[in-house]
Write a protein of this length. Structure first.
Length: 102
């Protein structure tokens, strides 16, 4: 990698999602018109917070990205993603089966 001076950063997506969902486990109602019953705002209303790692540089070029840590994070995210995709697909198969039986 040739990215001298680059500082690692990340968006804390989990906390943004938790605040968007609120206290309950179900998703809040999304409305298309301000006169509809209460709902959540649009995605544009969410302010992403980018957290920059200002710790000591790992290399001589002031780049503090730890490739092993980034790869572990990628693997964790991939596992979570495919687990959720399988769960959603399972739910759709159940719905499809229930619809086709009737």
């Amino acid at each position: 990698m040739d990215t001298p001076g680059f500082k690692a950063s990340q968006v804390k997506f989990e906390s943004l999602m938790a605040s968007a969902l609120g206290e309950g486990e179900s998703l809040p109602l999304k409305v298309e018109n301000e006169r509809h019953m209460g709902g959540i705002g649009s995605p544009e209303d969410v302010e992403a917070e980018i957290e920059t790692d200002r710790s000591t540089a790992a290399g001589m070029d002031d780049n503090n990205v730890d490739v092993e840590s980034e790869m572990a994070s990628l693997a964790k995210n991939s596992i979570e993603y495919y687990t959720l995709v399988n769960k959603v697909n399972s739910e759709f198969r159940k719905l499809d089966k229930a619809i086709s039986v009737t």
